[in-house]
Write a protein that binds this ligand. Structure first.
Ligand SMILES: Cc1cc2nc3c(=O)[nH]c(=O)nc-3n(C[C@H](O)[C@H](O)[C@H](O)COP(=O)(O)OP(=O)(O)OC[C@H]3O[C@@H](n4cnc5c(N)ncnc54)[C@H](O)[C@@H]3O)c2cc1C
Length: 463
């Protein structure tokens, strides 16, 4: 009997689940209210990295004289930057749509919700409004999340922004105050500093990236301070005032009030304080699906909710909020829906997810962290090599950062690693593969790598 699989949400989780399940023989319908590719494509991963890449070229132009060129000057063209971003996101969306259509996935554009345990209603908006009733053997909730806006903050989309309004913003900030120093916050600090804005960062703890290795966070803080970013540590934002008569740019001043009495003034403010799951109005409670206090749908190792044929994957499942994790969850859901978990199926191990921060220098890590091993009293071997010793880093004119590899001293098994430096997001793949496949440091050392290449630093660190 053909399995009827209905997916709500066409982000990385929904797309991967749809594609994999279709290949495995399911009859798949995906309902998406906005763009196939999801917020990841339209609002988050892709536009932010496209902005960062453009900013990176601008700062590279500023360093051209160090590469033996006469000094170059680059200026931002917001119209062509917007066109560039739209071009990338629509190219990606079209590619995914074409793939899914070729696999026989039925795409419905509109809002979907559960109207019974096995019934989904989609109100489509593609041409005229139409209600489509669907029967499902399995349902995947992959509706993602949206930026969190606290009650004390009035976002106006011009002077006070959420990330989605910053690609690029209606006016380039003379001085941007970024609220939130997690991954998203620091990426936006880097992005706008590269474009020449003054930037202040409100850091609620004593370290940016509070969940990361302190040595990694310190490398980023050093870079920020070298580039003139002002860090306000131990301060939690509690209010924002707009003063049209104040200084700080044509629109006046924005003042962010902090809980310790500090007032930080800029021309614009940007909120980067996390996201909230899109789990409302989906009919979940009505059919008995549990939603926790944060609005997430708790799931087991197969991404099943407490109602076994209703799955949740991606940001709405409250696991690691990464597009890569969402995709892998989607793939695992497809395998479970199609009964593959009883045969060739590896469970998803969230502890082995690689992640990256697209700052300068780039930061990436995977697996066990040094602080975590220390807290557990676990014996580990830590080896570290600076990129200053890498021929390729010197050739490229960017010898900042290091590679750190954590391994088991008894067996040599690679347990984790961090990379700070150019192309860290690409280089971490080697350590991620080693961690996932239980490889040993010697497997990296004895790989015949390219010379001169940044990857040689990985072999040196593993040695
Ligand atoms: C600024 C920023 C940058 C990021 N950069 C990265 C990065 O570089 N790398 C990375 O791995 N992660 C990154 N992330 C995280 C990443 O974007 C998310 O983890 C990822 O988008 C989650 O995918 P998802 O499939 O759960 O949902 P989403 O991508 O959020 O997609 C969910 C989709 O569901 C649709 N939807 C919602 N409700 C309904 C409904 N009722 N009916 C129909 N459709 C519905 C929405 O329109 C949306 O398209 C970033 C996040 C932010 C905020």
């Amino acid at each position: 009997m053909t399995v009827r699989f209905v997916i709500l949400g066409g982000g990385p989780a929904g797309v991967q689940a749809a594609s994999h399940a279709a290949r495995l023989g399911a009859e798949v319908v995906m309902v998406e209210r906005d763009v196939i590719g999801g917020s990841a494509n339209l609002w988050d991963c892709i536009p932010s990295k496209a902005m960062i890449a453009t900013g990176g070229v601008m700062s590279l132009a500023g360093r051209a004289h160090r590469m033996g060129l006469v000094p170059l000057e680059a200026a931002l063209d917001p119209v062509s930057l917007t066109e560039r971003i739209t071009g990338i996101t629509s190219h990606l969306a079209t590619g995914v749509e074409t793939l899914l259509a070729s696999q026989g996935v039925r795409l419905l554009r509109g809002m979907g919700r559960l109207t019974g345990p096995h019934q989904v209603t989609a109100v489509t908006t593609e041409t005229a409004e139409e209600t489509v009733e669907l029967e499902a053997d399995a349902v995947l909730i992959a509706t993602g999340s949206r930026p969190r806006v606290p009650a004390w903050c009035k976002v106006d989309g011009t002077r006070v922004l959420v990330t989605r309004q910053a690609y690029p913003p209606p006016e380039m900030p003379a001085h941007l105050v970024v609220i939130g120093s997690g991954v998203t916050g620091v990426e936006f600090v880097h992005m706008f500093r590269s474009f020449g804005s003054e930037v202040s960062l409100i850091v609620s703890r004593q370290q940016v990236l509070p969940s990361k290795d302190p040595e990694v966070a310190a490398a980023l803080e050093d870079d920020f301070m070298r580039r003139g970013v002002r860090l306000y540590k131990g301060a939690r934002a509690v209010g924002i005032d707009l003063d049209p008569g104040g200084g700080e740019g044509p629109g006046g001043a924005v003042t962010v009030r902090c809980d310790d009495g500090r007032r930080i003034q800029g021309s614009h403010a940007l909120l980067a304080i996390g996201s909230i799951p899109n789990s409302e109005d989906l009919g979940l409670e009505e059919i008995g699906v549990k939603i926790d206090d944060g609005g997430y749908v708790p799931v087991n190792q197969h991404c099943q909710s407490n109602v076994e044929h209703v799955y949740a994957a991606g940001d709405v499942s409250g696991k690691l909020p990464l597009a890569s994790v969402a995709s892998m969850q989607g793939r695992k859901v497809a395998e479970h829906v199609m009964g593959l978990h009883t045969r060739a199926h590896r469970h998803l191990d969230y502890d082995k997810a690689a992640s990256a921060i697209f700052t300068e220098p780039e930061i990436a890590d995977v697996g066990l962290a040094e602080a975590e091993a220390f807290a557990e009293g676990r014996k580990i071997r830590v080896t570290k090599v600076p990129f200053a010793a890498s021929a390729r880093a010197l050739i490229d004119g960017d010898p900042r950062g290091f590679v750190k590899i954590l391994s088991d001293p008894a067996t040599g098994q690679v347990l984790g690693g961090s990379i700070v430096g150019a192309h860290a997001a690409e280089l971490i793949s080697v350590i991620a593969l080693a961690v996932t496949a239980n490889l040993r440091v010697n497997d990296i050392v004895e790989s015949l790598l390219v010379h001169p290449a940044l990857a040689e630093a990985l072999a040196d660190a593993a040695d």
